[in-house]
Design a protein around this ligand. Sequence first.
Ligand SMILES: Cc1cc2nc3c(=O)[nH]c(=O)nc-3n(C[C@H](O)[C@H](O)[C@H](O)COP(=O)(O)OP(=O)(O)OC[C@H]3O[C@@H](n4cnc5c(N)ncnc54)[C@H](O)[C@@H]3O)c2cc1C
Length: 465
Amino acid sequence: MTSTADPALKSLRTQLSGAVLTDGEPGYDVARSVWNGEIDRRPAVVVRPAGPADVATALAYAREAGLDVSVRGGGHNFGGAAVVEGGLCLDLSSLAAITVDPDGRTARCGGGTTWAQLDAATQAYALAVPGGTVSHTGVGGLTLGGGFGWLTGKHGLSCDNLLSAELVTADGEILRVSAEEHPDLFWALRGGGGNFGVVTEFEFRLHPVGPVVHLGLLFYGLDDGVAVLRHARELLRTLPGELGVLVAGLNAPPAPFVPEAFHFRPGYAVLIAGFDGEEQHAGAIEAARSGPAPLFEFVSPIPYVELQRLIDGAAPWGILGYEKAAFAEEFTDEVIQVIADFLPRKSSPMSIMPIFALRGAFAEAADDGTAFGGARRTCLAVNIAALAAEPEPFAADRAWVREFWTALAPLSANAGGYVNFMAEYEADRVRTSYGPGKYERLARIKAAYDPRNVFHHNANIPPAP
Ligand SMILES: Cc1cc2nc3c(=O)[nH]c(=O)nc-3n(C[C@H](O)[C@H](O)[C@H](O)COP(=O)(O)OP(=O)(O)OC[C@H]3O[C@@H](n4cnc5c(N)ncnc54)[C@H](O)[C@@H]3O)c2cc1C
């Protein structure tokens, strides 16, 4: 435990405009908490910077004190990469200021902003940045690893919409990074994760969205798995690419839009979000209805901010979580069979298998235009997540995730999966995720900006020799 009387720490406190928290001080336990309730790490020091200069000062202190550094955006990495035992945690929740330029259609936000905060600010002008599907996740980690959600088909990944970033390097240099300034670093930031520095501010392109959009949810029984997934395959071949489509294996939540008889019923959901008016969405729902009969459905206009919160309750703060993921080309018969075999075997009602259909604008982007790991063609990101409030079903479902993924991996286009869906960072999976070309380019950029690998509590790309 770092002593609060430590002279170096005292000096750090006087140099910073932001806060320093150590064990026992008010706020320390909140600052070290992350979304996954399984993670319980005690950093020696937590710094809540007031701006980039504070970040540089904290990094210099960590170097002098020989402390490992972690960066906490929204705290949602499943493995708890945001906190490091006995090290220095830069808790960026203090950097959440947002400015929206509705005429220029850009928004700037601090490196620790959550999607709920950014969506609220941009929706005041009926504008949005494509984000994820759970509003309490951080803009930071999600964007730096890529970031997909409801708007990906229409406007691409979160990182595709990044215009510039303010970044503090491992050596404390404060850089503005964009297509014009440090273009190599700008490429790496869009998919390469937290490897290259601390982003204190993101600048995004905004798109007109809502404020009211359209949602359709069709829920099917567990026994209909093969038929439902074959139907989803046909739908994905024909539906317009700009619709947001999510196929999930889950237990129906006890939500107001679920008839009581089906609360907690295991099964499959096909969710379709439309952003281009009622007619287009109604056409997609009609197509969805042409398959097996759903147990129930919910089709309604919905405020965009509500869509962004729709599945928040399925993954609350403090839950125990473990995940693995893989990219698949599509719902081939073999992929469908693995899913239909494994989904019924989960133990915890909260464990979930969300499958993100990556299409439209996602697939139109150039493969080497960003560092995003995963090819830019129409495909599926299959996530298998163990979620439970209690240790017993959690242990069983951790094994379920591993077995499920092991069966799926040989059938997948990229078994490395998505760097943001890794509860454990195995080096070979990170390399597989990026593929050799991108990985080597990232490693060279890492060597230029972080040769000592200060930022390694992440999907780490060690610097090229
Ligand atoms: C419930 C839940 C739902 C999710 N849904 C989606 C989804 O719909 N789509 C999707 O794409 N992903 C989704 N994810 C995955 C998500 O993208 C990752 O967990 C991501 O790491 C979350 O970012 P964070 O800032 O909250 O995480 P943190 O744990 O705070 O950060 C993870 C890592 O990112 C880096 N980092 C974060 N912020 C910064 C910064 N400002 N500067 C430098 N490095 C930084 C650090 O290396 C850190 O270790 C979800 C995760 C959860 C838990």
